[in-house]
Write a protein that binds this ligand. Structure first.
Ligand code: 13P
Ligand code: SF4
Length: 302
């Protein structure tokens, strides 16, 4: 049995498209129709002609695909592939926060549940958060930013405004320490440092550029430099290496692994497609409300 060939056959039989996040295992990235960041994957999910979307990523990403394409069948090969940061704020907690700031605009990171998106005015990803907040600040209203305090801190600085941020964070990015960057710089003095905005402010300070995963993939291709220290989840190094054979990429920390992203395997992908298992469902009411905040975000392509 060749599992890759079998997945390809099933994909055709089911009229499915395989979407994979940049942090997925190499063999999943290699089999996917599209590999990208949260924004790129949302755009693909909203525009696909396929009947079935197999989402190789974490739960909130598959849920976002379902909200954008409610008539499609969306499968997540492992339902336990969650995002601890997304679980750091519930819709009840957001409703409570809103009672203290009744006139505020609520911006939610895409790393949130559908119910939290439904309570928000506009969604954002790490690729478009700065543009969105830069526009919102013109209205001169308070802005609540949930749930990532580190992305919130980055956006507040870039957009030069105050944000009321929730105290969530990504446990995988928080594992990257300033010392890790300094050690890698000692080993690779010519390398440029790229960091994801989910990293701590101390790590970001040491970076040459702070960007979303897709921004990083684009930048390493465009830049003439050929060595990079990458401060984000290690799965991205597979794509970077594949797309830039002459360049060298070093993980800032080998510990920056998202165990949830790694739950998706070829076996689980095969199982989900064969039996049409693990279908994502979102109530009609939540779809209607959450869709507004996601569609507002999709106007901002970067
Ligand atoms: P990107 O949108 O930059 O791919 O990030 C998603 C994510 O979950 C980062 O931890
Ligand atoms: Fe969530 Fe962090 Fe994993 Fe991204 S890397 S999915 S933010 S836990």
């Amino acid at each position: 049995m060749n599992i890759v060939n079998d997945i390809m056959k099933l994909k055709r039989a089911r009229d499915a498209v395989i979407l994979a996040h940049n942090y997925q295992r190499p063999e999943i990235q290699d089999i996917a129709d599209f590999v990208g960041d949260s924004l790129g994957l949302s755009i693909q999910a909203s525009g696909t002609d396929a009947e079935v979307i197999v989402f190789c990523g974490v739960h909130f990403m598959a849920e976002t695909a379902k909200i954008l394409s409610p008539r499609k069948t969306v499968l997540l090969p492992d339902m336990d592939a969650g995002c601890p940061m997304a679980d750091m704020i519930t819709a009840d907690q957001l409703r409570e926060l809103k009672t203290h700031h009744p006139d505020a605009t609520v911006v939610c990171y895409v790393n949130t549940t559908a119910e939290v998106k439904a309570e928000s005015d506009i969604c954002c990803t790490s690729a478009n958060a700065v543009s969105i907040v830069t526009d919102l600040k013109k209205a001169n209203r308070e802005i609540l930013f949930v749930p990532d305090m580190y992305l919130g801190d980055f956006v507040a600085r870039e957009a030069d405004c105050d944000l009321i941020t929730w105290r969530g964070f990504c446990p995988s990015h928080a594992r990257v320490l300033p010392d890790d960057i300094l050690i890698q710089q000692g080993l690779h003095p010519r390398a440029r440092v790229l960091a994801h905005p989910e990293c701590t402010p101390e790590v970001r300070k040491l970076a040459d550029r702070v960007m979303s995963t897709e921004g990083m993939c684009w930048l390493v291709h465009e830049m003439k430099e050929d060595e990079f220290i990458v401060a984000t989840e290690v799965g991205i190094l597979h794509r970077m290496g594949k797309e830039n054979p002459g360049k060298k990429f070093y993980p800032a920390s080998e510990l920056a692994v998202c165990p949830n992203m790694k739950r998706i395997t070829l076996e689980k992908l095969h199982w989900a497609l064969e039996g049409m298992h693990n279908e994502i469902t979102v109530s009609r009411e939540t779809i209607a409300r959450a869709k507004k905040s996601i569609q507002r975000m999709l106007v901002y392509r970067s």
